[in-house]
Ligand binder design. Sequence first.
Ligand code: 9MR
Length: 501
Amino acid sequence: MKKFGVASKVIFCATLVGLGFSVCGAQETLRSLAEERGRYIGAILNSEWFNNSIESQFEEIHKTQFNAVVAENEMKFDATEPNKGQFSYNKGDRMVAYAKSNKMRVRGHALAWHSQVPGWVNNIRDKQQLLAVLKNHIDNVVGHWKGEVAEWDVVNEAINDDNNHGWRSNGSVWFQTIGAEFLDSAFVWAHAADPDAELCYNDYAIEWGLGQGSKAGFVVDQVKRWKQNNIPITCVGTQTHIEISHETTPQNVRALAKALAEYDVVLNITELDIGFPKGSANNLGASDYAKQGHLYRQFMDVFLEEPNMGEFMIWGVTDAHSWLDGQQGKTQGLIYDKQYKAKPAYDSLIASLKAHPASEVKSPYKSAATQDTTAQDTTTRDTTVRDTTVKDTTVKDTTAQDTTTRDTLTTPGPVVSDTGNVSIRRGTATLTDVRMNLVGRTLSIVGASNAKVQVFDMRGRPVYSAVTSKGSVDLSAISDGLYVVRVKVGSKTLERRVALR
Ligand code: 9MR
């Protein structure tokens, strides 16, 4: 069964020597096989592609073999906003145009990351200022490519590397200046800027297993918390920069996919490469490359067998252009060699795809027909049904649904996360001489008795609305979680994010 609209089989023609005519046929590619299975296989466009300093074979192979694309460096913070408020989209636009003309899905990498952040951001020490910078960056960048970038790495590599995993503090201006709530806010703002985009948390070393104290376990715990609070995360990216000796990693990825399926979250392989130790470069033989191919195949097997996996992205095309040699003690980690010759890993991926009939591979994407436009429908993922029939003694507001809910979520701060244990009891809305105060589940409006109170979840959906004439409302029927409370008194509006516990 052909699941995607476009199958890109390579037409090859061979001249039959002596007969004087050519015969043509269709050859399967990674892309055509992945498309038939409702999945994406992709690779970066290396920075050399953006700088026009890459061999012509690169693009030919790239667009023939892959149906998904991500920029190696060109959508990162330092590339897109090198100076405050000055956005640079040219290179990203070029990739988006390339993807469009070749019917490829675009991943956006990455919005909030501690690395590749320009100096002007790294120097900010004021929390409110940095929140405003992050929000403005996300509004602009996600807004610029709204409907064109199907999926964003909203937060990248935010977990520390020690054995007691928590959020990364060292070297992260985001954590040091804002605290953990920068993650929640980044997801909320990205969703507000493009409600149709898939939103991922992306990290390395989460293919190392779900054992106690593991990084992967920490990710799953956060996903659980995010989903409980309606933080609009839809996917996790496991980068998967591994070495040839890491034989258990495919099965660890399977376990992670299953754990995330519990929360209706997709797992994508986002940056795969399988390197050999650099010192071995001159001694690699057929059995080494066969072993590499076997590992690639195991990842593809897992990918096709787990229904909540969608993208299989490789961090490069050819060993001639890979970060491994320059920045890691590794080499030869990709599926084409330095001469652009397909390695055994390529054949292994093809073999795995063929061994999994399209009729048996499930796609996490609602409708394959939507894939060509790169827009994903995320609405089906939300299983949370809110009870909006809240009983209290206040007069219910029956006016038409508020159309400005997204504005609620765009205020830069103050922002709370439930880990921060902050509620509006601590913060005071001071936009006017009216304040709101939360004690338990009773919200009091100090300084006014007539007010309209609205509560929205973190996706901007209304969960409660009431008009009170006694200066307070009872929010006890709302489930625990993070919310935005909006109080309107006359023409004045106060807003706060609150953690209801
Ligand atoms: O491949 C990228 C390389 O060109 C950059 O110099 C490097 C700088 O941090 O980033 C590389 O890409 C990284 C990606 O953005 C995040 N995960 C790890 C990747 C390899 O370092």
